[in-house]
Design a protein around this ligand. Structure first.
Ligand code: C2E
Ligand code: CA
Ligand code: CA
Ligand code: CA
Length: 279
């Protein structure tokens, strides 16, 4: 048993060592990723359930590492947050997404919003609202076309600062969307104090709509909450017709998910925006 224990121990240390070697190496490579053009944004359409039109896109970051290939944001965003690199990367994301949307408007695509994901680290950084308005001015994008997606837990980390930042952003006309809504631990009272525009129903509630009566109730309650507070609701992770029908029946405003389209690179999303009837 002792022998075994020791082997296990050795096994775990070497696994931990190689894991942290990967983290270190990614952290190092991440420093150059955006200047070397390894980062890109993919765009996933958001569909209005009343008329089936594309009313927005969510920008989702991708990293094509020269040796490791495609690395998921689920892996590298936490590394970037830990090392502080998220500030530069996040700024790159915002500028790139806003520039792209302005370009699409100039190309004559119908007006739509672009949503970017913001990490808690960015949100609690002192000059976020200043940075956002600098980018908006620089790009000349009307502010209401930019949406910021933030999780409840990110806002809950420092509620006073969060309220201040959210109010600054909304005064500038930028819209705020609560991401992964329903999964956080924060109280609902912040919906009253924060200037929120949209609730994004987490995909974990959408997934089992067809089989789990509790999930159905939760989704209905979030939609009703949105209606009574005057907030838009969007469901993420919609993959089936059954899920879509349920959302429509219950008055959800918008949906996003593989049922309509996965996140697409610029060439593919532009093709989709030119021929939206294929959705
Ligand atoms: P999220 O913001 O909750 O984004 C939704 C995730 O679900 C995305 O994964 C998207 O590709 C995926 N998805 C979309 N439709 C479906 C569907 O129908 N079914 C399923 N199963 N999944 C679907 P992705 O792109 O891998 O991003 C993962 C997470 O990484 C995001 O979760 C977000 O928290 C973070 N992230 C992505 N881009 C950025 C960014 O630019 N900045 C920051 N700070 N975080 C980002
Ligand atoms: Ca999101
Ligand atoms: Ca989510
Ligand atoms: Ca998330």
């Amino acid at each position: 048993a002792k022998q075994n224990g020791r082997n296990n121990y050795r096994f775990f240390t070497s696994e931990i060592q190689s894991r942290s070697a990967r983290i270190l190496s990614l952290e190092n490579a991440l420093r150059y990723a955006h200047t070397r053009g390894e980062l890109s944004l993919h765009y996933q359409p958001q569909i209005s359930l009343s008329d089936g039109k594309i009313v927005g896109v969510e920008a989702l970051i991708r990293w094509n590492h020269p040796d490791f290939g495609m690395i998921s944001p689920v892996e590298f965003i936490p590394i970037a947050e830990e090392s502080g690199q998220i500030l530069l990367i996040g700024e790159w994301v915002m500028r790139t997404a806003a520039t792209r949307m302005k370009q699409w408007m100039d190309m004559g695509f119908p007006a739509m919003s672009v949503a970017v994901n913001l990490s808690a680290v960015q949100f609690h950084h002192a000059h976020l609202s200043k940075l956002v308005s600098t980018i908006i001015d620089e790009v000349k994008l009307p502010p209401w076309f930019l949406e910021i997606e933030l999780t409840e837990s990110a806002a809950a980390q420092n509620p006073l600062h969060a309220i201040e930042t959210m109010n600054e952003l909304s005064e500038k006309g930028i819209r705020l969307s609560i991401d992964d809504f329903g999964t956080g631990y924060s109280s609902l009272s912040y919906l009253k104090r924060f200037k929120v525009y949209k609730l994004k129903i987490d995909q974990s509630f959408i997934r089992d709509i067809g089989i789990d009566p509790e999930d159905r109730e939760i989704v209905k309650i979030i939609i009703a909450l949105g209606k009574s507070l005057g907030l838009k609701t969007i469901a993420e992770g919609v993959e089936t017709k059954e899920q879509l029908d349920f959302l429509k029946e219950n008055g959800c405003d918008e949906a996003q998910g593989y049922y309509f389209s996965e996140p697409l690179n610029v060439t593919d999303i532009e093709a989709l925006l030119r021929a939206p009837e294929i959705i």
